[in-house]
Each structure stands twice: as C-alpha cells, then as structure tokens.
Write a protein that binds this ligand. Structure first.
Ligand code: HEC
Ligand code: HEC
Ligand code: HEC
Ligand code: HEC
Ligand code: HEC
Length: 439
C-alpha cells in the first residue's frame, strides 16, 4: 500500500475513533417488551435517538468488501427501492395511512426506531435512515421476539453482535450471537403477516422451516451469505484494519435472490449476475410426451432443485414465473404455443403461472398485499418438490418437437408501464430452465 493510502487510512481511523467515542447509546424509553404482542402493534416502538445507529460508511472504512457487497444489495435500497416506493404510496393512499408503520418498520427499520417515521414520505429521514437495512441495524439485534413483522429487538451501542466470538476490533466491542447464524434472525422480516386478516403475505421463513433444508440444518445464511448458488466458501479477512483473522469463510453480504433486473438497474452488476445464477440453479424441467388419437399429451415437470423454500418466494404476487411451451410438427409448423409474450411484452394471460394471489374483502383476486383477506391462489414449487402440468394438444402430425422454458420476471410489464408512465422500460425475462423433447 502506498504511503498516501496509509495516510488516508489513518485519517479515516482517527475520524472513526471520534465517531465511536461520541456514540454512547441513550435509550429514551427503556420499556419492557409488551408481554403479548398483538400483530397490529409495532414490535418495537420508538426507543432511540437519531444517531444511535451508526452510519454504514463508518463500518465500511474497515469492513470494505462487506460494505461494497451490502451497498449494492436490496437491503441497502429497501426504502428507496424503485419497486417498493410506488407500491408503498398506493398502500398509504388506499388505507389512509393505516399500513404506513407496518411497511415502514421493516423497509426502514432505523427510521422507524429513531422516530423519523412517520411522516411516511421520508422527509424527516437522515442519511443513515435512507440507507435502509444497514450494518448497525443487523449487528445490534439482541433477540427475535416474533418471527414475523420485524420482530428483531434492537440494542444499539458499542457492542456489535456477530457469528464469531473470537474477534477483537480496534473501535468496537464484539459479542458472539448464535442468533445471527440462525434462520430466525432473517425470519423476523422474511415473514410478513397482515395485521387484521392474519394472512401471511410473505412466508419464506415458515416455508423453509417445514421443508427439508431446515431439517438438515441448512440456513438462509448458508445459501444467501455464501459466494454462489448452494453452500460455498469465501476465504479471507473481514476487515482491512486491525488484527482481523484469516478465515476459511467470511460471510458475504450480497443478499442476492432472483432480482437480476433490478440489480442491473441499480448498477449492481455483480449482484445481477449472481441473481441470474441463483435463478438458473433453482429449477429443473423434465418432459414426457405421448401421442394421442388426435394429437399429443405433453407433460411438464418443474422441480425445485436449488432453493430452500418454494419457488417463487417473497412477493410472489408481484413477481411472474411461468411456463412457455412451443410445439412444432414434423413439417416445422408451430401447432401449439403457451406462455409467450405479446407485442407489448406482456405475458400470455393464459400461461401456467407459479405465484400467490390474494382475495380482498369482496372476494375479488388482488395483488395488493394490504387488501389481503385470504389466499385466493397458491401454486408454487416446494423445496425438492415437483409441480406437474399436462398440456393436451390437438394437432395433426406423426412426430413433434416440444420446447419448454421456465421464465422469471421481477414484475409484470403492465405494472412497470403503470408505475413509470412514458418511460418505456422493457422488463426482461430470465430463463431459469429449458428442455426439449422429440416424439
Ligand atoms: C477500525 C476498523 C473497524 C470499524 C470501523 C468497524 N469494525 Fe467491525 N471489526 C473490525 C475488526 C478488526 C474485527 C475482527 C475481525 C476478525 O478478526 O475476524 C471486527 C469484527 C466485527 C464483527 C464480528 C463480530 C463477531 O465476533 O462475530 C462484526 C459483526 C462487526 N465487526 C461489525 C461492525 C459494524 C456494524 C461496524 C460499524 C458500525 C464496524 N464493525 C466497524 C474492525 C472494524
Ligand atoms: C438451499 C439454498 C437456499 C436456502 C436454504 C434459502 N434460499 Fe432463498 N433462494 C435460493 C435460491 C436458489 C433463490 C433464487 C430462486 C428464487 O428467486 O426463488 C432464492 C431466492 C430468495 C429470495 C428472492 C425471492 C425473489 O423475489 O426473487 C429471498 C427473499 C430469499 N431467497 C430469502 C431466503 C430466506 C429468508 C431463507 C431462510 C428462511 C432462504 N432464502 C433460504 C436458495 C436458498
Ligand atoms: C440483513 C442483516 C445484515 C446486514 C444489513 C449486515 N450484516 Fe453483517 N452479518 C449478518 C449476519 C446474519 C452475519 C453472520 C452470517 C453467518 O453466520 O453466516 C453477518 C456477519 C458479519 C461479519 C462477520 C463476518 C465473518 O464471517 O467473520 C461482519 C464483520 C459483518 N457482518 C459486518 C457487516 C457490515 C460492516 C455491514 C454493513 C456494510 C453488515 N455486516 C451488514 C447480517 C447482516
Ligand atoms: C429488518 C428486516 C430484514 C432482515 C433482518 C433481513 N431482511 Fe432480507 N430483506 C428485507 C427487505 C425489506 C427486503 C426487500 C427490500 C426491497 O427490495 O424493497 C429484503 C430482501 C432480501 C433478499 C432479496 C434479494 C432479491 O434478489 O430480491 C434476500 C435474498 C434477503 N433479503 C435475504 C436475507 C437474509 C439471508 C437475511 C438474514 C441473514 C435477511 N434477509 C434479513 C428485510 C430484512
Ligand atoms: C416484516 C417485513 C416486511 C414488511 C412489514 C413489509 N415488507 Fe415489503 N418486503 C419484505 C421482504 C423480506 C421483501 C423481499 C421479498 C422478495 O424479494 O421477494 C419485500 C419486498 C417488497 C417489495 C418488492 C420490492 C422489490 O424491489 O422487488 C415491495 C413492492 C414491498 N415489499 C412492498 C411492501 C408494502 C407496500 C408493505 C406494507 C403493506 C410491505 N412491503 C411490508 C419485507 C417486508
């Protein structure tokens, strides 16, 4: 390292020391957590002052790689996200602000806990709050009181909690926290329950819990805080300053799921590539074909081979995952199509979709989570499970070729057209799997 770089580093460290020595944490109201949490109450009411949670940039001066990975992640954009904001604004308008605290506590947990939310337009946020779910939010969680609706209990201050217990840092205390290695740490947010109807709007944690990966002890962290799809290792040191130990695996902080398109739009190209790898690793297609009296039966088996929860998971009522089928006869004529895009880039509405949709109070299907009264439709592929669809096709011919693709989008073209009028943003589809059969 050059002398100049060293000097900058030392200047940084000096600033850091001053920042750390100033941030003694002053809980304003130290109340016991309420004995029974009704789902309508926020998990943690305002308890802290702005500044009690530290700026992620401070951590980034030493934990450089982790900071870079986190900065491009959707935890860092959980408040400013270009898909979150329009949906949140609709939710506020259509409920007269009633769901503001619910959505806000999870998507902007520091703002919520330091009294900067409400107002719900973010006008009272400081820079730390704007950066969403950041280092000091996660690393000062002391327990999980409920495994849904942001049940993480915060204890901000000089003690940073993590998976090691044998660490020494020049600027903060460290404490071993088994919780940070457990799926329930993530489950406090990756399970969202509608406060009135009790409908699980997001069920990723519960879904993982009853599946094979939980039984084998494979956690969210094992897949989402490791280098690629599956469980891998990322050797190195977690800090460039201080006596950081060389380790077999340093937890990565890309937090990548399947949102490759959004990562590209955020300029997070590495995340985007990883998300595509994840999508391709998640599913496999197996085809069976049979000639019938007047055509053919094509059976498509979709197996979830790589995800620890159903695919899709999360906000499946916004995402699109579907089967595209093209069948040709021996003359090369297309005799059947399903799940193709039209000229406006909309998916064939009659395609076989995997997702969940809700029903509102009137019993109508809706993708607005705040109106979810019950689950109206749920077809997804469980971990290591298979969903089967048979297409009975009338067609003339002796031999056929069927090409089948499993496709994924973060959001429908129609929703993007409505959210970004006049911008002509084209939503790409990612191919998760492809298979062909001749018979
Ligand atoms: C001056 C450098 C420096 C700064 C700034 C810094 N850390 Fe650290 N931190 C370290 C070092 C060194 C270690 C020890 C790493 C090791 O040995 O593996 C460490 C360890 C950790 C651990 C692991 C604890 C464990 O035992 O599992 C966590 C978590 C952590 N830091 C979080 C943070 C957070 C959050 C911030 C910002 C609020 C931050 N750090 C700021 C240097 C720093
Ligand atoms: C066996 C590995 C594995 C485990 C364990 C696992 N995941 Fe995933 N996860 C994946 C893969 C692969 C994808 C990409 C496919 C997809 O989007 O469904 C994914 C996607 C996601 C997504 C993105 C969904 C979207 O909208 O694209 C979220 C969020 C997520 N996982 C959270 C979790 C949480 C929380 C846990 C623990 C409760 C967990 N995962 C456990 C492999 C895993
Ligand atoms: C969404 C919550 C979350 C956020 C945000 C987050 N972390 Fe972590 N971090 C974790 C968890 C969970 C682990 C432990 C993973 C494991 O055990 O596999 C961890 C591990 C670590 C470790 C220990 C790494 C190791 O393997 O020795 C350090 C250091 C750390 N984080 C620092 C940071 C810094 C700095 C930031 C911000 C740039 C940050 N974290 C943001 C949840 C988070
Ligand atoms: C404070 C709540 C909170 C905690 C704790 C949390 N998450 Fe998240 N996570 C979110 C929110 C909110 C989003 C969506 C942000 C957005 O895009 O609007 C998200 C997004 C994600 C994604 C989606 C990426 C994609 O491609 O769409 C993954 C993967 C993920 N989290 C994994 C984890 C894992 C693993 C843990 C535990 C180590 C964890 N999260 C802990 C709230 C949380
Ligand atoms: C307890 C935590 C929690 C609460 C409460 C919550 N969300 Fe989320 N939200 C998440 C997680 C986790 C994800 C990521 C799931 C995924 O990637 O599929 C997410 C993702 C989203 C996304 C997709 C963002 C993107 O970039 O893809 C939207 C939109 C969204 N939430 C809107 C809302 C609205 C509106 C509310 C209130 C009615 C709300 N959320 C309440 C945890 C929460």
């Amino acid at each position: 390292m050059s002398l100049k770089k060293y000097m900058i580093l030392f200047a940084n460290i000096f600033v850091l020391f001053s920042v750390f020595s100033l941030t003694g944490c002053r809980p304003r109201v130290t109340t016991e957590p309420p004995p029974v949490l009704s789902p309508t109450e926020p998990t943690q009411t305002v308890q802290f002052d702005p500044g009690d949670f530290q700026d992620p940039a401070v951590c980034g001066a030493c934990h450089t790689e982790i900071y870079q990975a986190w900065s491009g992640s959707k935890h860092a954009s959980s408040w400013v996200g270009e898909l979150f904001q329009p949906d949140f604004q609709d939710a506020l308008t259509e409920t007269d602000g009633a769901v503001g605290a619910l959505c806000g506590e999870c998507h902007a947990p520091i703002a919520f806990r330091t009294g900067q939310l409400p107002p719900f337009d973010g006008s009272e946020f400081d820079e730390i709050s704007r950066r969403g779910i950041s280092c000091d939010f996660c690393h000062t969680v002391s327990e999980v009181s409920e495994k849904f609706n942001t049940g993480n209990v915060s204890a901000p201050g000089p003690v940073k909690r993590g998976p090691r217990g044998d660490t020494v840092s020049p600027v903060h205390e460290t404490k071993y926290s088994q919780l940070h290695t457990d799926a329930e740490f993530c489950g406090a947010c990756h399970n969202v329950r509608h406060p009135e109807s009790g409908v699980l709007i997001i069920d990723t944690y519960d879904d993982w819990l009853v599946g094979p990966y939980a039984a084998e002890g494979v956690t969210c962290q094992d897949c989402h805080m490791t280098p690629g799809p599956g469980v891998g290792k990322n050797p190195g040191r977690s800090s460039i300053v201080g006596n950081a130990k060389e380790r077999e695996h340093i937890a990565t902080h890309y937090f990548v799921g399947g949102s490759s398109w959004q990562f590209s739009r955020m300029g997070s190209d590495k995340h985007a590539r990883k998300a595509e790898e994840n999508l391709r690793a998640a599913a496999r297609l197996d085809l069976e074909g049979k000639l019938t009296a007047d055509g053919l039966d094509l059976t498509v088996n979709v197996t979830n081979v790589g995800a620890g929860h159903k695919i899709p998971t999360g906000v499946t009522y916004i995402r699109e995952m579907w089967i595209e089928v093209t069948v040709m006869n021996d003359k090369g004529e297309t005799v059947f199509r399903s799940g193709h895009m039209d000229a406006q880039n909309n998916v064939d509405p009659n395609a076989v979709f995997f997702r969940r949709l809700f029903r509102d109070k009137e019993g109508n299907p809706t993708s607005k989570s705040w109106f979810a009264q019950e689950i109206g439709f749920d077809r997804r592929i469980p971990p290591r499970g298979t969903e089967t669809e048979t297409y009975s096709i009338h067609a003339a011919g002796q031999t056929f070729t069927a090409t089948v693709r499993l496709l994924y989008r973060s959001i429908s073209q129609a929703a993007v057209d409505a959210n970004f009028p006049g911008q002509e943003i084209l939503v790409p589809s990612v191919e998760m799997a492809k298979a062909e059969i001749r018979f």
